[in-house]
Design a protein around this ligand. Structure first.
Ligand SMILES: Nc1ncnc2c1ncn2[C@@H]1O[C@H](COP(=O)(O)OP(=O)(O)OP(=O)(O)O)[C@@H](O)[C@H]1O
Ligand SMILES: [Mg+2]
Length: 244
């Protein structure tokens, strides 16, 4: 499969703290990669660097074979190709669900209002919110808001979707609804990199799992191997905490 996201020798420090250390990672087109690991490992930082929300200190990031060059790349155009969903939904409270979804594409893409409204209705239906297009975010449950945030990211037709602990603010029932949407996207072939603490979900959905600690990939492999038979002591200890 062709490469979608490639990180080559990426390093990143905050002050004296080295958060990513010569990180190498390739995500292929259509691949679903989960990143797991302890708090502070640098998981969110990886996603933020891929999305150019954080500058890297050294190394290279390629998106679909094209180098992100901090001096030359138009960062807005670059970001339009990447969908990012956070733990906190960041919807605009004063806009309806439909307008939250259509806002960016109407500003940035050449689609007409009519086309975008139809597309928004389709996307909202695909995340199970056909009846909420005219609602405001504060009229929705947390799980519904998060599904709007996913629809909003998809409205830009991203090449890759980055998901940072998108269910950690939700109770278990709402988590299930959101994970169902993500798993549908995986089946449709969406390339995704997700940071998650949902171990069972990561096992079901991922093509590959990376265990990350102190800015490095400590272990990686297919979910069966990582979750059932990790070879690294640190991975074993981390996963043991989830089985208690
Ligand atoms: N903007 C920033 N300025 C300074 N330090 C930062 C900044 N962002 C992150 N850090 C530090 O970098 C390290 C990695 O943070 P990061 O958010 O990537 O961890 P994480 O693996 O996502 O953790 P968690 O599971 O708690 O979300 C942490 O020690 C954090 O304090
Ligand atoms: Mg994080």
């Amino acid at each position: 499969m062709p490469e979608m996201v490639k990180l080559t020798d990426v390093s990143k420090s905050f002050g004296g703290l080295e958060v990513l250390k010569n990180l190498n990672m390739v995500v292929s087109k259509g691949e679903v990669v989960s990143i797991i690991g302890p708090s502070g490992a640098g998981k969110s930082t990886i996603l933020r660097c891929i999305n150019a929300l954080e500058p890297i200190d050294s190394g290279q990031i390629h998106l679909e074979g094209v180098l992100f060059d901090p001096k030359k790349t138009n960062v807005h155009k670059y970001r339009e190709q990447i969908g990012f969903v956070f733990q906190s939904f960041n919807l605009f409270p004063h806009l309806t669900v439909r307008r939250n979804v259509t806002l960016a594409p109407l500003m940035l893409k050449k689609a007409s209002k009519q086309e975008m409204q139809e597309r928004a209705a389709e996307l909202l239906a695909s995340v199970g919110l056909a009846d909420k297009v005219d609602a405001y975010p504060n009229e929705l449950s947390g799980g519904q808001r998060q599904r709007v945030a996913i629809a909003r990211a998809l409205a830009m037709d991203p090449k890759v979707l980055l998901l940072d602990e998108i269910t950690s603010a939700l109770d278990p029932e709402l988590t299930g609804e959101v994970l169902k949407v993500v798993s549908d996207l995986a089946k449709k072939g969406m390339t995704m990199i997700l940071v998650t603490h949902e171990i069972a979900f990561a096992r079901d959905i991922s093509d590959r799992v990376l265990f990350f600690e102190s800015g490095r990939i400590v272990e990686e492999g297919d979910p069966e191997t990582i979750f059932k038979n990790p070879s690294n002591e640190r991975t074993k200890r981390f996963l043991a905490n989830f089985r208690k």
